[in-house]
Design a protein around this ligand. Sequence first.
Ligand code: GUN
Ligand code: FE
Length: 426
Amino acid sequence: MGSLLIKNAEIITMNEQNDIFTGDIFIKDDLIAAIGTNLQNPAEKVIDAARRTIIPGFVQTHIHLCQTLFRGRGDDLELLDWLKKRIWPLEASHDGESVYYSAMLGIGELIQSGTTTIVDMETVHHTDFAFQAIAASGIRALSGKVMMDKGFDVPAGLREKTETSIQESVDLLAKWNLYDNGRIRYAFSPRFVISCTEQLLKEVRGLSIEYDVKVHTHASENQEEIKIVLEETGMRNIVYLDHLGLANERLILAHCVWLDENEKRIIKERGIHVSHCPGSNLKLASGVADTKGLLDMNVSLSLGADGAPCNNNLDMFNEMRLAALLQKPIHGPAAMDAKTVFKMATIGGAKAVGLEDEIGSLEIGKKADMVILNLNQFHTYPSEADPISRIVYSAGRGDVETTIINGKIVMENGFMKTMNKEVILR
Ligand code: GUN
Ligand code: FE
């Protein structure tokens, strides 16, 4: 591996004390080996980051890399029509090569906009190709093949039997879980309750415990979806997941727009992680999640862009901004401040994936996952302006200068070092 010394940057650590200071970071191999002022460690490469800001890499807890190629399709539909008429036929049309390119395209966009870790849900088939793209690109990821063994207008190309769904998931887990020293992890990914049999969900519960991996699914995103769950199971969505034993700290639930008080209590008490996807919730007209209420209850909350077509870009800066803005008209201007959403985007995401000891903040001993921003195009008075507010309300993909994952520079000034021609056209 190697060593890298980054000098003279404004460092937003996101450590317990929320320290922000001007200083240096020394990276040795994949780890932050030193962080402080006036570091003199000899290094193979030195970056002078004066007038630059360093932040922990963003952790996005809900992404569909396989949907990146479908951007702009079904822009004006609600969830169930959008899935049936647009997304499922498109997912069914994938082959291995298109899954690989879709993943590479998505990862490129994520890395360019400062995301260093993702929780990704693939489609039914060809997920091995997405893992290959993840492996080659250098991004940190939890991913899994989507599981959907039940009805609801699923096209033939996506239909699967329960046993096949389980077997293929376990085979992928055997191949990819903990690959590259834990950079890649498997996550079981049942699509949502209405696409999954009770037997499948119960088996996923057992397997997630047996293999000590996460379960990543959608829940309570849309009112029609909730109605169908209620009709089929006689229970509210989260109550049903709890009934099956899936409601635990392994579970990452995307959306949770429509929860009643009992469901919020279950989420809190069981330690479930909620992935809030504000851009997607607006675009699919799903609703506005009560993130303020969940945060007041101390629920684990993080952010995700969802798939490219439910949002039209994968930029975490947009999600942070939307998460903050959405709560203001409902709960007042201080409902969700910049620091809160920045936390959700960094250490909050790290907690959701169970890697808070490894990523999410800039501290000695943690993995070197970080982003160097150039915020100088804004006309602010730096000595007065809170840097986190400047990032949340003004920054975007264009301000990301360098992205480092596992101590490796994966993007510098727009050049994707791990995704050049040789990698993509292997
Ligand atoms: N619910 C079930 N599948 C999906 C999907 O692909 N995207 C979103 N946003 N919600 C879903
Ligand atoms: Fe989704």
